[in-house]
Design a protein around this ligand. Structure first.
Ligand code: SAM
Length: 236
């Protein structure tokens, strides 16, 4: 369970209504029973439930069970999709080990107003489900040009391009040799990148242009496929 308070021995953690409801009515925990909590900084702790009523509860921190782990240095950049598809993509990107989620606005992006709060809530839920202790960072949306300008020159940029002529990703990434220091993956919008945008992305110093196969994948499927291939190299 993600909690927004410092964790140390005997610290009391106040739960909000939704969290209390989840513990008391969904998991049906009783006073004195344990739950694992993390806050993104202090590792994972076993905490005991202290019930104050049927709708409210606190937790008391008992012992640290896992040291804090670091954030994978993997940026996932994507053109935001609409509603449920965006939720799905964000959730899968977290499960696949993205450490940073960067919405990028392109010419054909259909959903240019991104609900960052909803994205952050989704990221927390996904982090809870996959047992990571660091909450991936959700960045504000940027236009493509600015995103590329801000990217470190030596960060490998895996550019997913459905153009059939581009390289097989496994071979293209294998050519990079040793594990690179940082990787970013970029996937385009429902309508794809324009030719001008393709040229812009490909011009990034450390860009590797890859195909995910001969079929055009939905953007949310492309996210999972691309991150799986990158993780087969990074192993994070
Ligand atoms: N219209 C569909 C949708 O609504 O999601 C498909 C859109 S596809 C153009 C979206 C993005 O997924 C592309 O810009 C590209 O980054 C990535 N993509 C899809 N198929 C791909 C493939 N075979 N190889 C590489 N990238 C691919």
């Amino acid at each position: 369970l993600f909690v927004d308070s410092p964790l140390q021995k005997d610290a009391r953690i106040a739960l909000d209504r939704a969290q209390a409801n989840y513990l008391l009515n969904v998991l049906r925990l009783k006073a004195g029973e344990s739950v694992l909590v993390f806050n993104g900084q202090d590792g994972e702790w076993r905490a005991e439930v202290s019930v104050e009523g049927r709708k409210s509860a606190d937790l008391v921190c008992m012992e640290r069970v896992r040291e804090q782990t670091g954030q994978p240095d993997l940026v996932y950049a994507f053109a935001p999709l609409k509603h449920a598809r965006l939720d799905y993509m964000v959730q899968k990107a977290v499960e696949m080990g993205a450490g940073v989620l960067q919405p990028v606005i392109t010419r054909h992006t259909q959903s240019t107003r991104v609900n960052l709060e909803r994205m952050r809530a989704n990221v927390i839920e996904a982090a809870e489900q996959c047992g990571i202790l660091t909450i991936p960072e959700v960045r504000e949306e940027e236009n493509l040009e600015r995103f590329l300008k801000g990217l470190e020159k030596d960060r490998v940029l895996v550019f997913c391009d459905e153009d059939a002529a581009v390289a097989n990703p496994v071979e293209a990434l294998a050519k990079l040799g040793n594990k690179p220091s940082g990787v970013a993956v970029i996937v385009g919008p429902e309508g794809g990148f324009t030719d001008q945008e393709r040229a812009l992305v490909a011009a990034h110093e450390s860009c590797v242009r890859v195909s995910l196969g001969p079929r055009i994948l939905r953007a949310d499927t492309a996210a999972v496929a691309a991150l799986a291939i990158v993780q087969s190299m990074l192993g994070d």
